[in-house]
Design a protein around this ligand. Structure first.
Ligand SMILES: *Cc1c(COP(=O)(O)O)cnc(C)c1O
Length: 399
């Protein structure tokens, strides 16, 4: 992986060779996050995108408190999706008006916690607005409307808008909800439109940004409500699989220039927000496990490790992939070796789903070697079923 240094045969993360880091942790796998890679990623995005665009971090991609703390110091706001994430966001000292809370199915407890904290609630339904209005006493809750637009984003890894969806308020119903907002004791903050995730193609991203700004402006204009922010989503993908090309940011930057102009022409003080998760952290994380056994079954090599699906569901191919493909994988203690073979990396679970690499070309490895799964900084640790088979939890380190 181009992002990482190599020292002799060893992969280096955060300036330290892998066997030294793993030696400190004890006998269990680990997620290792590189703070410099995260920092550099935010900086390069800032250099490319228009200055007027605000960047928010969607915590669910990687909610490790140290990672959130680091990002809170680099970006302009945090997006949360639960009361647990609210606590993490608040603990970073981020100003409450730069924190927004999205997600269908917020409980009464979630809503009152958000109102008490003073963060913006992205309202996902009429019913949710009614419940919020029921909780108003001394302070006016900050609310934004999350809209389910009447368009779909092409080639998104995960579609989150268009058609019938549990997320957001259908665009055609939004004028009615905005009219209701004017009769509610709430403080209107803006519009939130999130259309999809993991897109590597700039064209549909640009298209969805244009739709989103047009829709947001139409809605605010129609309702006679001035937004403090318009959040047009994100969806920036990272390359996971062979043949994936990194996202081209230049045309997105040019498009955002235009979008920002449209917004400021009508609402000069309104903030234009992008919310990104995996783009900030995904490429800055590596999952490392250890080879426990090496076996050959009817001609096929299996490296059996102490890590697997229970720690890294996404790399096993069971987190939203339709056709299973290998994440980038390497033998982290034989990076200099030219002796390669075809091997499968499996975990300790008694299920054929527990596969970290299927027939990959890898350096010839033995018991005691470490395996690195790259592109693991997002939707790894907390997006995996740790309890399945009761093995130890992986460690998490920000280096
Ligand atoms: C999941 C999510 C994100 C982050 O998506 P990434 O693919 O990690 O960038 C942003 N906003 C909302 C509303 C989400 O649900």
């Amino acid at each position: 992986m181009a992002n990482y240094e190599i020292d002799g045969d060893e992969l280096v993360v955060g300036g330290e060779p892998i066997s030294r880091i793993m030696g400190r942790i004890g006998d269990r796998p680990a997620y290792l996050y590189d703070r410099n890679l995260i920092r550099r990623r935010v900086e390069s995005l800032r250099e490319t995108l228009p200055e007027s665009v605000s960047l928010h971090y969607a915590i669910k991609a990687n909610p490790m408190p140290e990672v959130v703390e680091l990002l809170a110091g680099l970006v302009d706001g945090l997006d949360i999706a639960s009361a647990g994430e609210l606590d993490v966001a608040i603990s970073t000292g981020t100003a409450t008006h730069d924190i927004s809370f999205a997600g269908p199915g917020k409980s009464d407890g979630d809503l009152t916690a958000a109102i008490d904290a003073g963060v913006t609630i992205n309202v996902e339904s009429f019913g949710e607005l009614r419940r919020i209005c029921g909780f108003v006493d001394s302070q006016r809750p900050k609310v934004a409307l999350r809209i389910n637009p009447d368009f779909e984003v092409k080639s998104s890894g995960m579609k989150m808008a268009g058609g019938a969806k549990p997320f957001g308020i259908d665009a055609e119903l939004a004028p009615g909800v905005l009219a209701e907002i004017k009769n509610c004791p709430v403080d209107f903050q803006g519009i939130h439109i999130f259309s999809g995730a993991q897109n590597l193609n700039h064209e549909p991203i640009c298209e969805s940004q244009q739709y989103a700004i047009r829709l947001a402006l139409d809605l605010c204009r129609g309702a006679g409500l001035a937004p403090r922010f318009v959040n047009i989503g994100g969806g920036f993908g990272i390359p996971y699989f062979r043949g994936d090309q990194p996202l081209n940011l230049e045309p997105i930057a040019a498009n955002l220039d235009h979008v920002a102009e449209q917004l400021s022409a009508e609402y000069p003080d309104c903030e234009l927000v992008l919310e990104l998760g995996r783009y900030f952290v995904g490429e800055a994380g590596v999952y490392v496990c250890r080879v426990i056994d090496r076996k050959v079954s009817r001609g096929q090599v299996f490296l059996v490790t102490n890590g697997g699906l229970h720690h890294h569901l996404a790399a096993s191919g069971n987190f939203g992939q339709i056709l299973r493909k290998n994440y980038p994988v390497a033998i982290a203690t034989r990076m200099g070796s030219d002796d390669t073979e075809t091997a499968s990396v499996v975990g300790p679970l008694c299920t054929p789903l527990d596969l970290l690499a299927d027939k990959a070309q890898l350096a010839i490895a033995d018991v005691g070697d470490y395996v690195a799964v790259f592109q693991s900084g997002a939707y790894g640790y907390t997006a995996s079923p740790h309890l399945f088979l009761s093995h130890p939890l992986p460690a998490e380190l920000l280096l």
